[in-house]
Ligand binder design. Structure first.
Ligand SMILES: Nc1ncnc2c1ncn2[C@@H]1O[C@H](COP(=O)(O)OP(=O)(O)OP(=O)(O)O)[C@@H](O)[C@H]1O
Length: 307
């Protein structure tokens, strides 16, 4: 049965997060719709990763409501939380693979966690399929992360995120650290997978090329909330200074010109837009909190949470 592309898959209402005196989010609202690739941007330290961690249950907010697939995620008992978690995959910043496991074993971690009674041969087969699905050569399965290039590590992390056939994919800066060709290839992979598998994608990025190439809508974090959501053209039409500087500055213009000169991926993305809504509020520039040790933190989370 065809799925309603206006269905809200993730809904965040009135989110508040703080660390001691530092308030990260206050009154943050956001919706992610079925089948869209939603880019999430904002200055460093504006709380993009904390938002993602709140949605996936790694961060307990001070206040607010979060529903995923129509079900509240805060305060659920373990069984209910597990049932929801099975339906999403996460690629953390840096890939966060277990360094002592091979690629195939990394991909098997969530399968064994959630479906421990599956026969070993079937788990092997599923993992091998996911490895190939992300464009890795079949012989990458027995390799350790240290033997892989940066781009291959990202693909291995993506294979693990896809292990359970998720409907919803969270990606935290997936192209960070990749060369432009590798980044464009990874963008294309995400776009293809999202189309083929009907995935909904929540994608944190600083990469303007990624936004133009594959995102249906973009949410801008600033001033402790989501100050605007819409297509890039709609965002550019707003007069918020950070949005203007971001999209109309030299790097933004360079990324836009790539689109204008016929990048096929972005042309498709533009042609298949969802109905959009643009909201903006106060015109102040966003706060620029420092964000230390994100990579170490994500790796630590992966050690405990597998995704
Ligand atoms: N566990 C934590 N304890 C204390 N402060 C934290 C914690 N997690 C995040 N922060 C702080 O919250 C703020 C937002 O962090 P977050 O990692 O979400 O930012 P970000 O927008 O993803 O930044 P970047 O673009 O640099 O990755 C930062 O100031 C960060 O230092």
């Amino acid at each position: 049965m065809a799925r309603d592309r206006n269905e809200v898959v993730v809904e965040v209402k009135g989110l508040r997060n703080s660390f001691g005196e530092q308030v990260i989010h206050d009154g943050l609202d956001l919706q992610v719709r079925r089948g869209e690739i939603l880019g999430v941007v904002g200055g460093s330290g504006t709380g993009k990763s904390v938002l993602m961690r709140s949605i996936i249950g790694l961060q307990t907010p001070d206040a607010g409501e979060i529903t995923v697939f129509g079900q509240p995620t805060i305060g659920r008992d373990e069984t209910e939380a597990t049932d929801i978690r099975k339906r999403w995959g996460v690629l953390f910043q840096g890939g966060a693979l277990f360094s002592t496991l091979t690629v195939a074993e990394n991909v098997q971690v969530p399968i064994k966690e959630f479906y421990r009674h599956l026969p070993a041969a079937l788990i092997d087969e599923i993992a091998a399929y996911k490895v190939v699905m992300t464009g890795l050569p079949a012989d990458a399965g027995p390799k350790y992360p240290a033997e892989l290039s940066g781009g291959m590590k990202k693909r291995a992390g993506l294979a693990r995120a896809l292990a359970l056939d998720p409907e919803l994919l969270f990606l935290d800066e997936p192209t960070a650290g990749l060369d432009p060709i590798g980044a464009a290839a990874f963008d294309e992979l995400i776009r293809q997978l999202s189309r083929t598998l009907g995935l909904t994608v929540f994608l944190i990025t600083h990469d303007l090329d990624t936004l133009y190439a594959i995102c249906d809508r973009v949410a801008v974090l600033a001033e402790k909330k989501v100050i605007a959501v819409g297509t890039i053209d709609e965002l550019i039409a707003t007069d918020h200074p950070w949005i203007q500087e971001y999209f109309e500055g030299p790097r933004g213009r360079a990324a836009a010109s790539t689109r204008e000169f016929g990048d096929p991926a972005s042309a498709d993305a533009q042609a298949d837009r969802h109905p959009t809504e643009v909201r903006t509020n106060a015109a102040d520039a966003p706060s620029q909190g420092g964000s230390a040790d994100n990579h170490a933190r994500d790796a630590a989370e992966t050690q405990t949470g597998t995704r």
